[in-house]
Design a protein around this ligand. Sequence first.
Ligand SMILES: Nc1nc2c(ncn2[C@@H]2O[C@H](COP(=O)(O)OP(=O)(O)OP(=O)(O)O)[C@@H](O)[C@H]2O)c(=O)[nH]1
Ligand SMILES: [Mg+2]
Length: 368
Amino acid sequence: MGLLCSKNRQHTEADTEENAQTAEIERRIEQETKAEKHIQKLLLLGAGESGKSTIFKQIKLLFQTGFDEAELKSYVSVIHANIYQTIKILYDGSKEFAQNDVDSSKYVLSGENQVIGEKLSEIGSRLDYPRLNRELAEEIGNLWKDSAIQETYARGNELQVPDCTHYFMESLQRLSDANYVPTKEDVLYARVRTTGVVEIQFSPEARETRGENGSIIFEGVTAVIFCAAINEYDQTLFEDEQKNRMMETKELFDWVLKQPCFEKTSFMLFLNKFDIFEKKVLNVPLNVCEWFKDYQPVSTGKQEIEHAYEFIKKKFEELYFQSTAPDRVDRVFKVYRTTALDQKVVKKTFKLVDETLRRRNLFEAGLL
Ligand SMILES: Nc1nc2c(ncn2[C@@H]2O[C@H](COP(=O)(O)OP(=O)(O)OP(=O)(O)O)[C@@H](O)[C@H]2O)c(=O)[nH]1
Ligand SMILES: [Mg+2]
């Protein structure tokens, strides 16, 4: 009996211990599941130059450690390369317009600037650029101010002139200082073409962000952030100058929406580069782009900008519903107006994205 009792007691003790262990495991699983749910694995997709890397940099600045001095300095050569490449595009472009345009005289540079232009164009075609010094910066500055280059810049949409042009050209003196260290803003403007996929893990609480590693990881993606540069409706592709950039974005978005691996993935569409769009749309009609050829302006000024933006938004929404199979229509789809260079806008947008995805998690867990 005693033995039995003792045996029973042993049993009870073991059970209690086992129960406690099970409870602890369950508690940990619950904790880990909860923690995991706070980390959003986001995939940034979009055509070239749509702003994916800029969004990635903003996330790093906003929710991670930002850029340390070594990282900032690593952008010096990128920024200098951006300047040489840009001045080459503008100088070569002015030569082309001076030869072929009806109104050719306005694209002809002064004799002195032609000599400088030839020299800089040669530097711009090298693989290794010299560090930008005061003397070169002055020459580039003089060329930039030449009315022929300004006329050429006004036709930048025909020439693959990058969006960072004005910002860097107006800061040449600072950028050519021997002790120059790029600012956060300089880094956001710096342009490096990414090869590979931009993936980020984002959690406002955990302050954890990782990615831009070039590896293709589509599994477990909480949401796709699709960047569309809405200012590019009158521009052609860098890779194919016959193809309109907005048409390429349309095709890419359609393709991504139809991918089986994203059938349950949430879609966050960033209609990006709004700052450039709002300046352009009053001068360049939307209907120069085939996709927007049914656009009718209704107003002027701010109202017209809003009207044009809403028109584009509607086009993307229509495309979303056309390209989404009926069994997938319950995936989340949200559209945001963004200017990736604007930290406040990006912060606000990511708060909204995070809120939407959390709500979705709760909904899927049956808690909402
Ligand atoms: N004015 C303005 N410029 C922007 C905006 N978003 C990005 N840019 C600039 O546009 C250029 C291209 O942006 P990226 O972020 O490199 O574009 P991407 O999508 O990563 O391009 P790829 O790597 O070639 O696919 C950079 O010089 C950015 O500074 C924006 O909202 N407004
Ligand atoms: Mg990139």
